[in-house]
Design a protein around this ligand. Structure first.
Ligand code: ME8
Length: 509
């Protein structure tokens, strides 16, 4: 059996409220997943929740509930968000699930047995208030730690360390030899730059006295494992580690992440896998960060964009369209309400909405609601067809290169705009005035219907609800869209009735 295309998002911290940045990452992954499915590939698309650690423990304590109860209360905010954003994930992993604990413990034990994990005394500056060891980075120029850390004292503690340092040269070589491993290129350079400094060994334990909310080390019940060791393993848990399914699912094809967690994914994770004797993921793709009106989004500033509010006001497709259309994967983005409305009105309402509406209204008016039969094409028809075929031909290439933004801008700028221009150029309302031009009118309206059919297929991964509405209005029924349907221009059947015409995107301010 062939391997499914396996794509993941980060597992998000369960204690946060989802915002537009989380939505963005998951939507980009969804577009890749849906595009692959459109092309007939089997896809395994994973997202999930990161549920262990200090913050959850503290938040639960503050609320007077157990950490597990706290996670169970928070998880639905995330689980219910994804269907609202039309996310087509195949699985949603929670790190508190028994399946995950078993895998984390089995990998820890394997590494311990192989001598990859050792115990050592660590001595450092410990802040009881922050419940963490501090390093020189936190130290002020006066040699003291900032007041927010409260009392800081020397503390000696036994911990377990993973022998990460010895793999550093191997990792540098791997990233150099596999230029596609980290995308975009500038992030690959960033990680290579980072690896100039010694990585050292990684402390992978926390004494239960300091942090109880974690997965116990299988070889020492006095400790739980460090959250990142736990979190990264989610990708192999969900792939079925320890079961026959794993051979089929692993390795992941793409780990999509935000740029701030690159070191964990392109540094720690490959080394953990290498030490455990497991294949590496094929690619780590780091996307950029969203700000709002040029400012970092934060709860305290109160400028966080809530994806649910946007969906309720504008619909999931409008949100997906804006986030995808605005920037290439890798670049930073800036959310502005004004820009959102502009894109909505100019590209969705006036662009796609108008093209479909004009096409179908004219088919109703001039052809009794039946797709007409075309005759010999004129050069302007060939231009429309060529635009459509160019977008189709470029789609797989852009998809392989993670340039999903380019696919959407081509659909919008090359095809939809061309379609609307074609209406202007051919002026069907003029042709309709002259009985001698009947055949030409039929050809133009046929081509417009065909153009809308192409658009409906190509837009399926991006704005699935709208794509389906277009198909219903064209009279294509409920057949799922497939990339195979746009390999040839002229596939829409003539003499078939169109569906009921409704507005796709009402104009809004
Ligand atoms: O880091 N713009 O979880 P997290 C764009 N649990 N994307 C953003 C963003 C923004 N302003 N803010 C967040 C964690 N993101 C760990 C991950 S994985 C094994 C463990 C997105 O809840 C972006 O994808 O902080 C980022 O990497 C992710 O949310 C971090 O989510």
């Amino acid at each position: 059996m062939s391997k499914p295309f396996y794509i993941t998002t980060p597992i998000y911290y369960v204690n946060d409220r989802p915002h537009i940045g989380h939505a963005y990452c998951t939507i980009v992954a969804d577009v890749v997943a849906r595009s692959r499915r459109l092309m007939g590939e089997e896809v395994f698309f994973l997202t999930g929740l990161d549920e262990h650690g200090q913050k959850v423990q503290q938040a639960a304590q503050a609320k007077g509930v157990t950490p597990q109860q706290f996670c169970d209360e928070m998880a639905p905010h995330w689980e219910q968000l994804w269907p609202k954003l039309l996310i087509s994930n195949n699985d949603l992993i929670r790190t508190t699930q028994p399946r995950h604990k078993l895998v984390v413990q089995s990998i820890l034990q394997k590494l311990y047995d192989a001598g990859e994990i050792y115990a050592s005394e660590y001595e450092g500056w410990y802040s009881t208030r922050a419940e963490q060891f501090l390093t020189e980075k936190e130290m002020g120029p006066d040699g003291k730690f900032p007041a927010e850390y409260g009392e800081v004292a020397r503390l000696k503690e036994k911990n377990y360390f993973f022998k990460m340092g010895k793999y550093q040269d191997w990792l540098i070589g791997y990233i150099r030899d596999n230029p596609g491993f980290v995308y975009p290129d500038y992030r690959r350079n960033e990680i290579l730059g980072f690896l100039q400094k010694p990585l050292g060994d990684l402390c992978i334990s926390r004494p239960v006295s300091r942090l109880a909310w974690g997965i116990p080390l299988p070889f020492d019940a006095g400790y739980v494992t460090y959250v990142w060791f736990d979190a990264l393993v989610n990708y192999v848990t969900a792939a079925g580690y320890g079961s026959p399914a794993f051979e089929r699912n692993w390795p992941a094809d793409i780990h999509l992440i935000g740029k701030e967690i690159l070191l964990f994914h392109a540094g720690y994770w490959p080394i953990m896998l290498k030490a455990a004797g497991l294949p590496l993921p094929k690619q780590i793709v780091a996307h950029g960060w969203w700000t709002r009106d040029g400012q970092k989004m934060s709860k305290s500033v109160g400028n966080v964009v809530d994806p649910v509010a946007v969906v309720e006001a504008w619909g999931a497709d409008a949100l997906r369209y804006y986030l995808l259309r605005e920037l290439p994967v890798g670049s930073d983005g800036d959310w502005s309400d004004a820009n959102f409305k502009l894109r909505y009105n100019s590209e969705l309402a006036n662009g796609i909405g108008n093209l479909l509406n004009r096409t179908l209204s004219m088919i109703n008016r001039y052809c009794d609601g039946v797709v007409p039969q075309p005759t010999a094409p004129e050069p302007v028809d060939d231009q429309l067809r060529d635009a459509a075929m160019t977008v189709v031909n470029d789609y797989p290439k852009y998809l392989m290169n993670m340039e999903v933004h380019q696919i959407l801008s081509d659909i919008s700028l090359l095809l939809i705009r061309r379609g609307n221009l074609y209406v202007q150029e051919c002026a069907p309302w003029e042709l309709a005035k002259d009985q001698a031009k009947r055949a030409r009118l039929n050809t133009v309206l046929y081509n417009l219907a065909e153009c809308c059919r192409f658009i409906s297929v190509l837009l399926t991964p991006f704005i699935p609800t709208t794509a389906e509405k277009i198909r219903l209005q064209l009279g294509l029924g409920n057949n799922p869209a497939s990339f195979a349907d746009v390999q040839r221009w002229g596939g829409i059947e003539h003499s078939r009735p169109i569906g009921e015409v409704t507005q796709l995107f009402p104009k809004k301010q």
